[in-house]
Write a protein that binds this ligand. Sequence first.
Ligand SMILES: [Zn+2]
Length: 165
Amino acid sequence: MKLVSAPAEILKIPTIDVDEDMDNIVQYAKQMHEIMIQSNGIGLSAPQVGINKSFFIMGNNERYTVITNPKITKFSENKVKLEEGCLSFKDLFIKVLRPENVDVEYVNTNGKIINETLTGMVSRVYQHEADHTRGVTFDTLVSKLVLNMAEKKRINKWKKDGRRV
Ligand SMILES: [Zn+2]
């Protein structure tokens, strides 16, 4: 299993719902967690490791949650702009405007349907990762101008780091 970087076709394709034995998903999730830790991430979706299935993980080094067939059933009217990164876009940080809170529905690894209201960082990560399962990446959620500025910043950082650009 390897991290997929943009531009890769799989990052643009809507995923297929999980309807199989959850043991497979749990195994995938374990490997994805290793990759997430190595890359200092807080979320990682299946397409980002080359799996065209509707699930992702979110969490930290110690613990993580596996979310399958993620849905968002309600968006708060209030929106907030927060800086996001993405493991498939190394060193690219973009301020993205999104609803602050969301009501979500997903299936956990016991096959149970979970309904929750998410706020703060958890809401943000869920929205970013759920987008991945629909073939949507964060660079498409901002204007060309904002994206160009973020890309310039990234190139400057790489130049400073002595990386060939
Ligand atoms: Zn991402």
